[in-house]
Design a protein around this ligand. Structure first.
Ligand SMILES: [Zn+2]
Ligand SMILES: [Zn+2]
Length: 80
């Protein structure tokens, strides 16, 4: 497995969410969509939940396994 190596470069979704927030600035209810090839890690999952609550944006992350649809501190995957 390459878990360790992946962890070093696996947090692009966090950056992508940050950029997404900038790009929808002034459009308060636009969902933020992030696509990535790897599975979302628990840290970034928590981060996305937090952002969805604080900003009121829905966040949709498509990872290698499924969609995550974050809204108001909940994710459609039920925190698998
Ligand atoms: Zn991560
Ligand atoms: Zn999820």
């Amino acid at each position: 497995m390459t878990e360790r190596r992946e962890q070093l470069r696996d947090h692009i979704e966090r950056l992508a969410i940050a950029y997404g927030l900038i790009s929808v600035n002034g459009n308060a209810r636009s969902p933020i969509k992030v696509f990535k090839n790897l599975r979302a890690c628990p840290d970034c999952h928590e981060f996305a939940k937090h952002v969805s609550l604080v900003t009121g944006h829905e966040i949709i992350i498509r990872d290698s396994r499924r969609f995550h649809h974050f809204k108001e501190w909940k994710c459609s995957c039920n925190d698998y």
